[in-house]
Design a binder for this molecule. Structure first.
Ligand code: GLC
Length: 533
């Protein structure tokens, strides 16, 4: 029998490089800083790390505007540093994934600099150019990520170019075979260096409607996954042709041993469409499940998405469970409002669902969003205030390693690129690794034990998720030999008698008893039990 890929039952740790550990005292986290703290990740028990963008960039969107796809951003390190990280991580059984941005480049990329030089420039068609609409103005009604027209007028060559994000992030033209060829080379460049795979930025983007048709209006009451600024992005996202790119890349990923991983940022509210990105086991191996991340922290909502997802995915496909990232914010805030009981319960649920779990740095200690004062914010995409994502800096603040003023993130006296906390609320220091590592009852220890349990019980395959009960405040499911019971309320809840031997609880305490009904879960308590046989 073929061995299961490492991500089946595995845990990926999203590491926002600029905010994790600064090794050279310039206020920015860096690749050497990751190497310094690899032992922590190994102690925690993660299988792989996904590094937020590491490639050279003018940083209008903090690395999501790439100016060189085969380099390392000088502020973060060098290619040698990255090679050293791959090797040091491999010694600890940790794989390294990079963030790949194929939907757009930076306007400082040499391809774009050439494209704007003349209408007949060699790289002109690498980008999406269009003439003004018949009556003048932008070619269609598409809007960018800030709600402004997605078209930038280029006076010197008399055409508009498309940017679905900032004007400094021109969209690539995936109808052009040379763009495919360039990215095939980029994939091989990194796979040859030992990169275990890519998280693919805006994986649902790439192709745009060839006729550039107007997007239809967004029906009232739609979720933010369905559209924004009053439009449904029918013609500039989730186009059917995009699947051809992943079929091409999957062949490349599969030609390596072990196979390289393609994990897509698949922004869709429709689990059927999410499933389509797995293809017939010939496209992405993993696709982010945003409907789950955006579900309310309530048993019925989470149960419904989990059940729909596992039903929609093709047989053998591996679901992805996550609650936080650098765009949507941290689940300890969004789901749990900082309540540690809820944070622990969320970790328990994320760690016991079958498939791949993605932790965002700091989730393991229950780090919450930071209310970064406006004057210290660095994310230009959300500075305008009307962005539906809110301010993204809140979830990008430095990792808190210890309780010193620098948080152990950078050298004492150095001003970090984003504040560790709101300077106006100096008493709200939040959790730290050092404090929790000394306390076996901490969230960090709970997370570590959950990952250990996950490895032992859910590794090497995708067990079926069987929902045993989804009452308004209680979610009980079976996965492999495990029975998980989660009480989503501030009151005690009955626990199924047949759950089996209790292996772990979020509160460290055994479930109590509730009169005739038998075992009872405490408020916001979660339990993992194992059935014998
Ligand atoms: C993705 C990234 C986000 C970035 C955008 C444009 O959504 O996660 O941070 O701003 O793509 O690249």
């Amino acid at each position: 029998m073929a061995e299961s890929p490492w991500w089946h039952g595995g845990v990926l740790y999203q590491l926002y490089v600029r905010s994790w550990r600064d090794s050279n005292g310039d206020g920015y986290g860096d690749v050497r800083g990751i190497i310094e703290r690899l032992d922590y990740l190994s102690w925690l028990g993660v299988d792989g790390i996904w590094l937020s963008p590491t490639m050279p960039s003018p940083d209008q969107d903090w690395g999501y505007d790439v100016s060189d796809y085969t380099g390392v951003h000088p502020e973060l390190g060098t290619l040698d540093d990255l090679d050293a990280l791959i090797a040091a991580a491999a010694e600890r059984g940790i794989r390294v994934l990079l963030d790949l941005v194929p939907n757009h480049t930076s306007s400082a990329h040499p391809w774009f600099l050439d494209a704007v030089s003349a209408r007949d420039a060699e790289h002109r068609d690498y980008y999406v150019w269009a003439d003004p609409a018949p009556g003048g103005g932008p070619p269609n009604n598409w809007l960018d990520a800030t709600g402004q027209p997605a078209w930038q007028w280029h006076a010197a060559t008399g055409q508009y170019y498309l940017h679905n994000f900032l004007a400094g992030q021109p969209d690539l033209n995936w109808w052009l075979p040379s763009v495919h060829a360039e990215f095939r080379e980029i994939l091989r460049f990194w796979f040859d260096r030992g990169i275990a795979g890519f998280r693919i930025d805006v994986a649902h983007g790439l192709y745009k409607d060839a006729e550039l048709r107007d997007n239809p209006p967004l029906p009232p009451g739609s979720s933010r996954l369905d559209g924004r600024f009053g439009l449904r992005p029918v013609y500039n996202a989730n186009r059917p042709e995009t699947h051809s790119v992943y079929r091409e890349w999957r062949k490349i990923a599969g030609s390596y041993s072990p196979a390289r991983l393609l994990l897509g940022e698949t922004w869709t509210g429709d689990v059927g469409r999410l499933a389509s990105y797995y293809g017939n086991d010939d496209e992405l191996q993993l696709a982010f499940n945003f409907p789950f991340a955006f579900a309310g922290f309530e048993a019925p909502a989470l149960t419904a998405v989990a059940a729909e997802t596992t039903a929609a995915l093709p047989p053998g496909a591996c679901p992805v469970w996550t609650g936080s990232n650098h765009d949507i914010g941290r689940f300890p805030t969004r789901w749990c409002a900082g309540d540690e009981r809820k944070i622990r319960l969320a970790l328990l649920v994320l760690a016991t669902l079958p498939g791949t779990m993605v932790l965002y740095y700091g989730d393991e200690i229950g780090m919450t969003d930071v209310d970064v004062p406006a004057a210290l914010r660095r994310d230009s995409m959300t500075l305008s205030g009307n962005n539906p994502q809110g301010n993204r800096d809140r979830a990008r603040t430095p990792m808190r390693w210890d309780d010193s003023p620098s948080g152990g993130f950078t050298a004492e006296g150095v001003v970090p690129w984003l504040p560790l906390g709101n300077p106006l609320q100096p008493n709200l220091t939040g959790p730290s690794v050092a404090r929790q590592r000394d306390d076996p009852g901490s969230t960090l220890w709970l997370c570590r034990r959950l990952l250990e349990l996950r490895r032992a019980e859910l590794g090497g395959g995708i067990p079926r998720l069987e929902i045993l009960s989804a009452e308004p405040h209680l979610w009980v499911y079976r996965v492999g030999r495990l029975v998980v019971a989660a009480n989503f309320s501030g009151r005690p809840a009955g626990m199924p008698a047949a759950a089996g031997e209790v292996l772990l609880t979020t509160s460290g305490e055994e479930p109590g008893t509730d009169g005739r009904r038998g075992a009872a879960l405490g408020p916001w308590q979660g339990v993992v039990a194992r059935q014998s046989g």
